[in-house]
Design a protein around this ligand. Structure first.
Ligand code: NAD
Length: 472
């Protein structure tokens, strides 16, 4: 790869497409531009939607087993390009190699696993008088919009069920991380018929042009809650279906009966993996007062030992913040914490090379009202909060406009299950974290989302029931 690589193309109607203008792609470990991606024109967006609409007419008639076989093959194609995509992923996203490889491999396998799901057919009556059957049919062209924190897997979460269901798609990755999905879009043209999967790129202004485009039947969006609200508003004009996977401010509750040695590292990486840029990362850590000091000191020791740096360098555990906008936001939250006299515990030093690095930072028992507790940081600052009463801590955990996920750490699994059932979130982990599966529904409660991804429910979000009544 050259120092400044302009060799990335959109895929529209099975053909590679370039543009007059481009967007710059920055390596967050250096803060320097290393590649450029196409900046899709309004005409090209129309072309992509037209191509997807034309392809829909035949793709929906392809038997589901044949569509599934192509999705399975698409998974193989991604896995065959694992190393090349891993390198590109680390360059554009910043995540160290092992985690980058993990995401590409997961994406390939996700396609293969989802390809095995089949929508149900319900027969409500099969009598001498009549036969009534309900089956699920595809919607049309799906507008898919993805974020930068898991740029490949979260796009695959949309591609796999949407195409399996018989829809076609125009996908837009984040302007901060467009390259892997442009490359995958290109690779998959050898698998899918032209127009079934179109991948376009552009800056944030392309998003609203897509969501207001009348050619789409459905919008599947992953990103912030603020943008999700705009997407829903835009979709209302012509009643497009929407699935919104949005932000979270996940609480984890640590009970006094835990084995601190066994859980400290798991708790740490449940908060800081991917430099804490995970929708379902622990963002508020409630620790029982009996073990608070001990766990805080253990987490601080891990934070000091973890190497933060360029993900392409061996031994790096945590990479940079993915982009300057997010870096500025996290720095501002840190500044607010300092300004308000909160106690900050800093982890290992970070490189001072122009990359978007911020040291892992623990905030020692801030007030519940602190911004760092109330807001989704989406960066490596974790508030540790003391509690003594379980009902009180459940109320504090639930006192959020978000409801994405949560975790409970306890030596008593039954106690964990009892608390889990009281949390107002779509996913709860007990003595584990960040575990999501293709066969299990993922849904944000409250303002963390609208609709479902994954599992049968996730597939049915890309379909609509059709009931047929036959008189005999
Ligand atoms: P973002 O909302 O800024 O951007 C997401 C995508 O929307 C990008 O592709 C962007 O270009 C596009 N976009 C921007 N403005 C738009 C508009 N007006 N209309 C349509 N599209 C528009 O989010 P981000 O900063 O990329 O991602 C971080 C956020 O995503 C965090 O809040 C995180 O919690 C959330 N997230 C949620 C999940 C989940 O599954 N619930 C997963 C990952 C990330």
């Amino acid at each position: 790869m050259t120092a400044f690589d302009r060799d990335y193309r959109m895929t529209i109607d099975g053909k590679l497409a370039t543009t007059g203008t481009q967007i710059e792609v920055i390596n967050p470990a250096t803060g320097k531009v290393f590649a450029a991606a196409p900046d899709c024109s309004p005409e090209q967006l129309n072309d992509a939607v037209d191509a997807a609409r034309t392809a829909f007419r035949s793709w929906k008639k392809v038997p589901i087993d044949e569509r599934a076989a192509l999705l399975d093959k698409a998974g193989d194609v991604i896995l065959q390009h694992l190393e090349e995509l891993t390198r590109l992923f680390t360059q554009e996203q910043g995540r160290p190699t092992e985690g980058a490889r993990g995401e590409i491999a997961l994406a390939g396998n996700w396609l293969k696993i989802i390809s095995k799901v089949r929508p149900p057919v319900h027969v409500s009556e099969d009598s001498a008088e009549q036969f009534i059957e309900t089956r699920y049919v595809p919607l049309g062209v799906v507008c898919a919009i993805a974020p930068w924190n898991f740029p490949v897997n979260l796009a695959i979460w949309k591609i796999a069920p949407a195409l399996l269901a018989g829809n076609t798609m125009v996908l837009k990755p984040s302007p901060f991380t467009p390259l892997c999905m442009l490359k995958i879009g290109e690779l998959l043209q050898d698998v899918f018929p032209p127009g079934v999967l179109n991948v376009i790129s552009g800056n944030d202004s392309l998003g609203p042009k897509m969501t207001s485009h009348p050619g789409f039947a459905k919008i599947s969006f992953t990103g912030s809650t603020a943008t999700g609200k705009k997407v829903m508003e835009s979709a209302a004009k012509d009643l497009k279906r929407v699935t919104l996977e949005l932000g979270g401010n996940d609480a984890a509750i640590v009970l006094p009966d835990v084995d601190i040695d066994a859980v400290a590292e798991k708790i740490f990486f449940g908060a800081f993996f991917n430099t804490a840029q995970i929708c379902v990362a622990t963002k508020r850590l409630y620790v029982h007062e009996d073990i608070y000091d001990q766990l805080r000191d253990r987490l601080a020791a891990i934070a000091r030992a973890v190497k933060v740096g360029d993900g392409a360098e061996q031994g790096t555990v945590l990479g940079p913040i993915q982009n300057e906008r997010q870096y500025t936001r996290v720095m501002e939250l840190l500044e607010d914490a300092r300004h308000n006299g909160l106690t900050l515990i800093e982890g290992a030093e970070v490189p001072g090379n122009g990359g978007y690095f911020i040291p892992v930072t623990l905030v020692d028992n801030p007030p519940e009202s602190a911004r760092v507790v109330q807001e989704e940081a989406f960066g490596p600052i974790l508030p540790l909060l003391k509690f003594s009463d379980i009902d009180d801590v459940i109320a504090r955990a639930n006192d959020s406009e978000y409801g994405l996920a949560g975790a409970i750490w306890t030596g008593n699994p039954q106690r964990g299950l009892d608390i889990a059932r009281q949390l107002e979130t779509g996913t709860v982990w007990i003595n584990q974290n960040l575990n999501l599966r293709p066969d299990t529904p993922f849904a944000g409660h409250k303002q963390s989302g609208f609709g479902v991804e994954n599992g049968m429910e996730g597939l049915l979000e890309f379909m609509v029931p059709q009931s047929v009544y036959l008189a005999r």
